[in-house]
Design a protein around this ligand. Sequence first.
Ligand code: AMP
Length: 281
Amino acid sequence: MEVIKTIPEMKAKVKELKSRGYKIGFVPTMGYLHEGHLSLVRKAKSLADKVVVSIFVNPLQFGPKEDFREYPRDLERDLSLLEKEEVDVVFVPSAEEMYPSDYQTYVEVVNLTDKLCGAFRPGHFKGVTTVVLKLFNIIQPDIAVFGEKDYQQLLVIKQMVKDLNLDIEIVGSPTVREPDGLAMSSRNIYLSPKERESALSLNRALELAERLVKEGEKNPEKIKKTLFEFLRMHPYLIVQYIEIVDPETLDPIEVIEKPVVCAIAAYVGKARLIDNKLIEP
Ligand code: AMP
């Protein structure tokens, strides 16, 4: 496994791989890897000849009051996990090289980013699309794999790729959960044992929403109210939003007659956690 830390070296490596005709699969991450990330790596490996994983805590996608500084980092551990997965190249650029002091270009997907997390994290998705487009330009992947855990992010990236005519296939991959149902996240490390217990209720709320829909409930407002009441019973947890939306546009649904995505964001202690579920009536 090669670990590459500069953009020119990464570009040279890509040139070499391309000249040998390899199909490149790419998995962008912010590191502090868990089984969720590794599932994306395995999917990329199954779809491409060579796999590049990037590890970069992107300052641009964090708000001024968010956790950029405390975001967990452990490069040695990440590299050993990726080595076990037989990843070909790990790209670990520096913030100084990605955003030199005269940096002034940004990429922004509009409408889709007004909703869900976008409404609460101004500038977040602009930071995401900007870094992902930069990484795409450096790595020139044929395919790139993103987790459905960050469902809105997956849609936003697909929209950018379509709008900007990039020749990259964006592949979504299912959310990997702990045995008790908690969606894996690098931010779970912030949770105390008691907070972790409360965090479990996010997945339980999504399961409750699914049960209500399966039982015939078609009114999203009633389901949201039930979920708010359910989540209110859990200490340490403050709901930011519960939404039931169209899986493609992320617009709110009025009557549940076809598959919908139920998405939740909540603070549990200082960790902002998100989870979602595709629900079919
Ligand atoms: P992050 O390091 O949090 O920026 O995530 C990097 C990639 O891993 C993104 O495409 C995420 O959607 C994906 N990811 C994060 N957590 C999970 C999970 N529990 N299951 C599947 N994919 C995940």
